[in-house]
Design a protein around this ligand. Structure first.
Ligand SMILES: [Zn+2]
Ligand SMILES: [Zn+2]
Length: 197
């Protein structure tokens, strides 16, 4: 799997900092459930550099709910054609494989909705302000994003960091994840992806 390499460059002093990768971080909730951590670039005043910072915005979870809603709506609008499609796909795929496909799809919807609701419940109970995911501090300035991309002020300089994709990196083999408590405190590295345990 390959991931883009993002470089952040200050438009005033030219300072360059690596951007932040989007995966490989997860929360372990008090009940043992796991949730992905939404990341954004932020300036950490304790680390004095750009670091991955938690994004505690319910928009991420609402987007997931809307996505499932749109997929369900498209199934409903196609339902007039469904009997024919079922007939065709059953012939084409064989009944067992087709039944498996439909079960997987429905499972995917309910799994994503469950995750989104859990994510919203997590945000509602969260006490701490967003943390730097490297030092755990909350003395951070988070980036903002608009149509023109990610923006982040360079404290003490007055410039703005602009994000640019400067290459890509190939990642092979099992990925490891960094796990955090529900309050964003680092627990440790684990050698498996979410859902494998
Ligand atoms: Zn600068
Ligand atoms: Zn930090």
């Amino acid at each position: 799997m390959s991931f883009p390499i993002v470089t952040m460059t200050c438009d005033r002093c030219g300072l360059q900092q690596p951007g932040v990768g989007g995966s490989g971080h997860e929360y372990v909730l008090p009940g043992g459930q796991k949730l992905p951590v939404w990341l954004q670039e932020g300036w950490c005043h304790d680390c004095s550099c750009i670091q991955p910072v938690e994004s505690l915005d319910e928009k991420h979870w609402m987007d997931l709910i809307m996505q499932v809603r749109d997929e369900l709506a498209s199934v409903r609008s196609a339902s007039r054609l469904l009997p024919r499609r079922l007939e065709y796909e059953q012939c084409f795929l064989g009944y067992r494989q087709y039944a498996g496909l439909m079960t997987d799809t429905a499972y995917g919807w309910s799994e994503r909705l469950t995750e989104a609701l859990l994510g919203l419940a997590h945000l509602a109970q969260r006490v701490s302000a967003p943390r730097c995911l490297r030092c755990g501090g909350t003395n951070v300035d988070a980036s903002t994003a608009d149509d023109e991309g990610v923006r982040l002020l360079h404290p003490g300089c007055g410039g703005t960091f602009q994000a640019e994709i400067t290459g890509d990196i190939l990642i092979r083999g099992p990925r490891s994840v960094r796990r955090y408590t529900a309050e964003g405190q680092f627990i440790g590295w684990f050698g498996v992806s979410r859902g494998d345990t």
